[in-house]
Design a protein around this ligand. Structure first.
Ligand code: PLP
Length: 427
């Protein structure tokens, strides 16, 4: 079989059963040297990727509708991002943004200030290497600015795995098991249940005037692609305003055009005090951002920093990524995302194993009636050349690159709906 040349436009092609012999051999050789904490949902060893297509080391070509966990926003190896990164590699790789100035750092902060929702006082940004570090920065800034210690987060939420962010994460017990004690003073309520913050928490366990921040994903990602009522986020805003609490929106997964708007918060008309971004911001280069209202950025020089956070190469990737997202990909996410959701809904209507198809833009979840169905469907999709990821307790998420075409969605939807039929029929 000839070498695949233009990978980005190539159809799904299975030369071997998956995993192929080369992948099996390499995984068997390498895995014993790797941390057993890694998940490895599929025995897939990726050689290269372009657009929405991924080629494994056996020459199989798969359609990727998970984008490296919602991260390769502009598609794998977008030429404009690759070019910007490569140019920057020959200009300035590192000098440390905490201690020195370089043009890209402030330029990206200025750009994010413009992209965040209108705020009379403006925004200021701290750049990090990851989403988790953006969450850590938000915890620290909220505590510093308010002089308070307590935090409120939501069941089903995912905010990272460092000890501070893990204290907020409440999506699966395996993330926390064995790592306690976590940060004291972290309280969880059900996602969507703002009433119990006011009626229960504030009257039983935590005085409102000791709470530094309420941290929430405007659309839960890892927890199952769950879209709340606008009134939930609006009430959180009110509770924060009434009690001097910082409202933090973790948009690490939902931000950067994924929902058809730059930030998911725009669907709800609520402006928080702090917005967190990462994942799609730099098309797969490690970068995160904590964007905070200027008036709450009261921490002094030296109180927070990072050696590589916001390094010039990742910033070059981010600026090129934002050009592409603003230059049409966000619009594509809105239009093609709506079509994709409709295709999935049409294909799954009446299937007794499917509970719900939901989503906004290219953040689409399919919830099943049992965890095993989600698991089996994900595996069958992989065997048939489609990469998806599970989320929540019994759901699968689709978070493809924002440049996915309608034709690729037709292929994805057809592989997916057939896999669901086959799994459910076998039950
Ligand atoms: N916050 C949210 C909403 C996430 O989905 C994730 C990762 O999945 C994180 C934070 C952590 O980001 P990272 O893995 O880049 O540290």
């Amino acid at each position: 079989m000839p070498e695949v040349t233009d990978l980005s436009t190539h159809p799904v092609l299975l030369k071997t059963a998956l995993p192929g012999p080369l992948a099996q051999a390499e995984i068997a050789r390498q895995k014993p040297h790797m941390s057993p904490s890694l998940i490895h949902c599929y025995p897939l060893m990726v050689k290269r990727a372009a657009g929405c297509m991924v080629e494994d080391i056996d020459g199989n070509v798969l359609l990727d509708v998970q984008a490296g966990v919602a991260t390769c926003s502009t598609g794998h190896c977008h030429p404009a991002v690759a070019e910007a990164v490569s140019r920057q590699m020959h200009t300035l790789v590192h000098i440390c943004g905490t201690d020195f100035f370089y043009p890209g750092y402030g330029e990206l902060c200025e750009r994010l200030d413009r992209l965040a929702p209108p705020n009379p006082g403006g925004w200021q940004t701290f750049l990090t290497n990851s989403g988790t570090e953006a969450v850590e920065a938000a915890i620290k800034l909220s505590r510093y600015h308010t002089g308070r210690s307590q935090l409120i987060a939501f069941r089903g939420g995912f905010h990272g795995r460092s000890l501070g962010s893990l204290s907020l994460t409440a999506s699966k017990p395996k993330y926390r098991k064995g790592f306690g004690p976590l940060t004291p003073g972290t309280h969880h309520v059900d996602f969507g249940d703002w009433e119990s913050i006011e009626k229960v928490l504030f009257h039983t366990t935590v005085p409102a005037n000791e709470v530094a921040a309420i941290v929430v994903e405007p659309i839960q990602g890892e927890g199952g692609y769950i879209i709340p009522q606008a009134s939930f986020l609006q009430n959180l805003r009110r509770i924060c305003d009434e009690n001097g609490i910082m409202l933090v929106f973790d948009e690490v997964q939902s931000g950067m055009g994924r929902t058809g708007k730059m930030f998911a918060l725009e669907h709800f008309g609520v402006t928080p005090d702090i917005i967190l971004a990462a994942k799609g911001i730099a098309s797969g280069m490690p970068l995160g951002a904590m964007i905070a209202r200027k008036e709450i950025m009261t921490w002094p020089g030296g109180s927070h920093g990072s050696t590589c956070g916001g390094n010039p190469v990742c910033i070059a990737a981010a600026l090129a990524t934002l050009d592409l997202i603003e230059g049409g990909m966000m619009q594509n996410a809105a239009v093609v995302g709506a079509d994709f959701k409709q295709m999935l809904s049409d294909g799954l209507t009446g299937n007794p194993g499917v509970h719900e198809v939901r989503g906004v833009g290219l953040m689409i979840g399919v919830e099943f009636t049992a965890p095993q169905i989600a698991h089996d469907v994900a595996n069958l999709c992989y065997e048939r050349g489609l990469l998806v990821l599970e989320c929540g307790t019994k759901a699968i998420r689709m978070s493809p690159p924002l440049m996915i075409t309608r034709e690729q969605c037709i292929v994805a939807s057809s592989i997916f709906t057939q896999a669901v039929r086959d799994v459910v029929n076998k039950q």
